[in-house]
Design a protein around this ligand. Sequence first.
Ligand SMILES: O=C(O)c1cccc(C(=O)CC[C@H]2O[C@@H](n3cnc4c(=O)[nH]cnc43)[C@H](O)[C@@H]2O)c1
Ligand SMILES: [Zn+2]
Length: 340
Amino acid sequence: MHAFIAGLPKAELHVHHVGSASPRIVAELAARHPDSKVPTDPEALVDYFTFTDFAHFIDVYLSVVDLIRTPEDVRLLTYEVARDLARQQVRYAELTITPFSSTRRGIDELAFMDAIEDARKAAEAEFGTVLRWCFDIPGEAGLEAAEETTRLATDDRIRPEGLVSFGLGGPEIGVPRPQFKPYFDRAIAAGLRSVPHAGETTGPQTVWDALTHLRAERIGHGTSSAQDEKLLAHLAEHRIALEVCPTSNIATRAVRTLDEHPIKEFVKAGVLVTINSDDPPMFGTDLDNEYAVAARLLDLDERGLAALAGNAVDASFLDEAGKARIKDEIETYTAGWLAP
Ligand SMILES: O=C(O)c1cccc(C(=O)CC[C@H]2O[C@@H](n3cnc4c(=O)[nH]cnc43)[C@H](O)[C@@H]2O)c1
Ligand SMILES: [Zn+2]
């Protein structure tokens, strides 16, 4: 099954830019910026990336954000993330980027956009992996962060060509979703799709809030949706996909064990489930491993895995021709694999 997954063409819809920095890149950036508390030794990073809870995870995450100080750091990170995705046969990825965290740390906004766009174009030309951006508001940083993120995402002189969606990340406790409605309204009016995190560390009401107030088209995590049958039925009826990230939920202690993960309930309720890696090196995983985890939890064979890969393509913001191309590739690969 591992060999099948390794060659399966895939789409990744929920993966964070800084959270995708490989141990090698984190160590390289830490060595460039020796005043940081982040270890320069990739092996010491395994301990550093062991989290006591979600708040601890965000603290560590922000210490890695602090390593990204120049447009060249941004370009290097983005290009290397694309290389890791391409290695896993990811044909298309929507990468969540938090531009506020970089601009408030002094990176010039236009230089930041140039760096990600330059890496995006190089990745497509060299690896064949198509990257698109989701700009997310770090909710805990408040309405100032919401305003700045919305400005960067909607000003035609600044917003990058690859931007397709608008998100909301960070802690949920004490950060009610409805306050972000005006910002999501502006982003949606500017043509962006709504993909907030919700129900990762709080209950199903946060998912309802994301649907009602932020007009979410997909939900980041949505784990606690399993506690509300009506919500599951609503997600299924309206084809609102969940971006499920099983290993992340264990690493941040949002869910106790993989066997207690509600992914099975989602599938049983007819919800469109997509499999994603969130912050792969920080959680000691990658997208291939998340598919292997899903295969075990859902008892899937090759056809089941191919269907799961197809869900991510269906739920993506690719155009119809792009979707058809990757779905054909998935079908051809699977048929070839299963042929006697
Ligand atoms: O950058 C700042 O100065 C800042 C100030 C206050 C709060 C924040 C944040 O909360 C940043 C959170 C950061 O975390 C990213 N992220 C990565 N993985 C996840 C996840 O599984 N769930 C929620 N957020 C996640 C998110 O994209 C934000 O960039 C920052
Ligand atoms: Zn996330």
